[in-house]
Design a protein around this ligand. Structure first.
Ligand SMILES: Nc1nc2c(ncn2[C@@H]2O[C@H](COP(=O)(O)OP(=O)(O)OP(=O)(O)O)[C@@H](O)[C@H]2O)c(=O)[nH]1
Ligand SMILES: [Mg+2]
Length: 198
């Protein structure tokens, strides 16, 4: 029989992780989900309202079950999106590297919203569509993404292109590692609180 704290840790490891993709419309949230699931680039456009996908993410031969939530950024869907935030283990907050408005909305819209409704839940900041970056164009750089990560206190910053399945897998592996650490932190802090009460 496991001691109480370990029992909680074991339960935390077996419940699927809830990971939510947020960010402005058209930044490539659905392309991340569907490219990962199909293992081939998914590049058609259909606006999302709310979709969930059960996926498995493997990290060093360990398989993690994840419920991936794809959301809509529109104001008219705010109530639905915010309601779904409950019990999220990690947010994947996306902007597109060719869309400066989506970058500034990270700071002015998305991080304030996530901090208000889900304080402490970690954020993985993701710059999407890197395939369109060339040495001559002036799209948002990796350095700018890194600086924003520090500014908004995101857990990490990573870039991807839905044309590269390896980069999409990298995003999901990173999100799961962050979610796993967050679960452990939550479980340990609630065990500590329980011990203090007892
Ligand atoms: N070049 C390029 N285009 C991409 C990439 N990811 C997505 N796109 C394109 O960008 C458009 C929007 O992609 P979606 O994944 O549907 O964007 P979204 O964030 O889910 O949009 P909403 O559902 O409206 O919130 C589509 O036309 C995609 O083909 C990428 O990595 N590279
Ligand atoms: Mg979508």
């Amino acid at each position: 029989m496991l001691a109480n704290g370990n029992q909680n840790l074991a339960a935390a490891a077996t419940t699927p992780y809830k990971i939510m993709l947020v960010g402005d419309g058209m930044v490539g949230k659905t392309a991340i989900c569907k490219s990962y699931i199909r293992k081939t680039p998914y590049l058609s456009y259909q606006p999302t309202i709310s979709e969930t996908h059960e996926i498995t993410v493997s990290i060093y031969k360990n398989d993690y079950v994840v419920i991936l939530w794809d959301t809509n950024a529109g104001e008219e869907w705010n109530h639905l999106r915010i309601r779904d935030y409950n019990n999220t283990d990690c947010f994947i907050l996306c902007y597109a590297i060719d869309n400066p408005t989506s970058l500034s909305n990270v700071e002015t819209k998305w991080v304030p919203e996530l901090n208000q409704y889900c304080p402490n839940v970690p954020i993985l900041l993701v710059g999407t569509k890197t395939d369109i970056r060339t040495p001559s164009n002036r799209w948002i750089s990796e350095e700018e993404g890194d600086a924003l990560k520090v500014k908004v206190k995101a857990e990490a910053y990573i870039e991807c292109s839905s044309k590269s399945i390896a980069s999409i897998e990298g995003v999901l592996m990173r999100a799961v590692s962050i979610a796993e650490k967050y679960r452990q932190w939550k479980t340990q802090s609630s065990s500590r609180r329980l011990c203090t009460i007892l």
